[in-house]
Design a protein around this ligand. Structure first.
Ligand code: C5P
Length: 224
């Protein structure tokens, strides 16, 4: 059976990553969380005190960043590694969420990440989630999904995720973060978050993860 690329874009906390991961596992495909890559870059910039407005510093820092994904057989989870170190837990924290959209709006950062993502996608049979996968990274992806959900529901989901990791954050702070990220992501000059004309819109507000996964698999089955 021919292998395809499935691009899942959309707003944060709509269930993109969880859905994409499960779809990839069911189909025996690879999975790339591109948001994790931008989060890892943000962490590196903070660690190295890179100024977000200094192009030279940014370019030099990008040359020293190597991001990989590893499957941990013991926990069954995917880990994001920054220069060989597992940063999975750190990059999900609120202080990274508060700065990641600013960092991912920097054109040099996007060019470097998009080039890496396109390289990863040379091997077909891939589910990739992010903000610009169907528009910029893989404009020829066979399946394109654009996910959205009500802000309050997205915030509640995000709060639960953070709580499960031991971080207690108020709903108001999360809503503010989501709205700020939406605004930066949709208005930046370099590949802003926008629904590709051939992407299918999925409102996940009242769907379970299982329903979202089945919906994408059905779409893929029809295409294969
Ligand atoms: O998917 P996640 O919420 O972890 O992504 C974190 C941030 O990374 C997003 O808010 C967005 O600013 C940025 N991002 C991006 N392009 C992608 C994936 C994520 O700009 N392809």
């Amino acid at each position: 059976m021919p292998k395809i690329v499935i691009a899942i874009d959309g707003y944060s906390s709509c269930g993109k990553s969880t859905t994409a991961k499960a779809v990839a596992a069911k189909m025996g495909y690879g999975y790339i969380d591109t948001g994790a890559m931008y989060r890892a870059v943000t962490l590196f910039f903070l660690q190295e005190r890179v100024s977000f407005s200094n192009k030279k510093e940014i370019e030099a820092a990008l040359d020293r960043i190597h991001i990989t994904f590893k499957h941990n057989a013991r926990t069954g989870k995917n880990e994001t590694c920054l220069n060989g170190l597992n940063v999975e837990e750190e990059i999900r924290k609120m202080y990274i969420s508060n700065l990641v959209s600013e960092v991912s709006a920097i054109p040099e950062v996007r060019w470097a990440m998009v080039a890496q993502q396109q390289k990863m996608g040379r091997r077909r049979g891939l589910v990739m989630d992010g903000r610009d996968i169907g528009t910029k990274v893989f404009p020829n992806a066979e399946i394109k999904v654009f996910m959205t959900a009500e802000t309050y529901i997205r915030a509640k989901r995000r709060q639960q995720e953070l709580l499960a990791k031991g971080e207690l954050v108020g709903l108001e702070e999360i809503i503010k973060n989501i709205e700020k990220r939406d605004l930066i992501d949709t208005t930046r000059s370099e590949s802003p978050l926008v629904q590709a004309p051939d992407a299918i819109l999925l409102d996940t507000s009242h769907m379970t993860i299982e329903e979202q996964v089945d919906w994408v698999i059905e779409l893929a089955d029809r295409r294969l």
